[in-house]
Design a protein around this ligand. Sequence first.
Ligand SMILES: NC(=O)c1ccc[n+]([C@@H]2O[C@H](COP(=O)([O-])OP(=O)(O)OC[C@H]3O[C@@H](n4cnc5c(N)ncnc54)[C@H](O)[C@@H]3O)[C@@H](O)[C@H]2O)c1
Length: 406
Amino acid sequence: MDISRKNFFIGSAAVVAATSLKAAVREPVGKIQGFDESNESKTDGPWEPFSDKKVRVGIAGYGVCTFGAVFSFQDHPNVEVVAATDLDPERCKKLAEVVHAKRTYPSAEEMIDKEGKNMDAVFIATDAASHADLVLRALDRGYHVCSAVPALLGERQLDRAPKMIEAVKKSGRVYALFETTAFRPQAIAMRRIYEAGGFGQLAYTEGEYFHHSDPNWKSIGSYKGWRIGLPPQYYPTHSNGFYTCVTHGHFTEVSCVGTTSDHPVYKERKNPYGNPFHSEVAFFKTSDGGSARMTVAWGLPGYHGELGRCFGTKGCFRNDRFAGDNSIIKNLKLIRTGLPPGVKNNGHHGGSHPYLTDDFLRAILVPGHKLCVDVATALNTTVSGVYAHLSALKGGETLKIPVFSI
Ligand SMILES: NC(=O)c1ccc[n+]([C@@H]2O[C@H](COP(=O)([O-])OP(=O)(O)OC[C@H]3O[C@@H](n4cnc5c(N)ncnc54)[C@H](O)[C@@H]3O)[C@@H](O)[C@H]2O)c1
């Protein structure tokens, strides 16, 4: 998908309906779904250098998605990768080679505890269950930290949310959630339109993350099986991000419907979460006074993707098109700027990876830079999904959602 001046249509519903969406294709056989999209957008001007300094980064995690190595830290001119770790010695060695790390550690905990003043920041790319505690540990030791999604995993970790807010406040360090939706071309365009008032009142948002898998997630695997039977709305950031990372607002209430399955993983709740649902659709009230429908589905084949749409009183954005008042958006930069020399966009997750890294580095090095997915947006995006799952377990009961701010 390519949002550029050339194909950015305004107005006509017929034109909007006639466009096709590259992401809406059948899943390719043999590829890890969601990890190899290549819809890199054209750029709107070059990357501008912002500092002569280098941030010394330690990277944790080289699992099935090789996440520690695919966010371009090793290529960014403002980074020196000083350390790498994975619990698995072979993965640790490979990660260190790929990111050119000087030192290795047998665990993220050891890296965080022992690097001392030789490291400034940590990238937590370990399994989803370990993020929150490693983030808290890194902030406590005085490091800036970014993590893969989600910010925390499930009801059992809800107590970490206020601790993360406090830790950021107390340390004065940056915490960024690497939510890939935030720097997808569509989300960038929608954020700029929203901030310029192009939607008017944002009355309705849709987001969805379809990722079909067998209930045991044999096709991907996961450390200690954290993906097996995962409640879909415990992994809500790719869908919720189409509201929270566009508006920086939050959800206030949720009612959610879960769909059950005959497979023993769900029917007999043979999973670490006691979860009976393969797919969950949440309906939220938003802080804009509107609503949002956010879907996360593991059990629905034939479609894969992360997509979102915003509908406001002055216009709407769907597929890769804005339909509304052209005069409001005509001077906006709706596509991404270029990347630093040496950084090549790998196209993963809509080409979002290097933009998340660049945003994190700017938040560290540029005074006053507003991080896109800061700790408040990270938690508002993640915790709302946990409440959605709790609502589904209660047959769709409406639940109030706590709000996080910094
Ligand atoms: N679009 C996206 O944003 C997106 C896509 C894919 C994966 N992810 C996230 O990326 C993360 C990594 O995914 P994955 O599939 O590679 O995970 P995985 O479960 O396959 O691997 C996790 C790795 O972390 C290592 N690890 C766990 N605890 C550790 C510790 N204390 N110290 C050092 N290493 C440790 C494990 O040994 C393992 O190699 C997950 O949190 C996942 O949610 C996000």
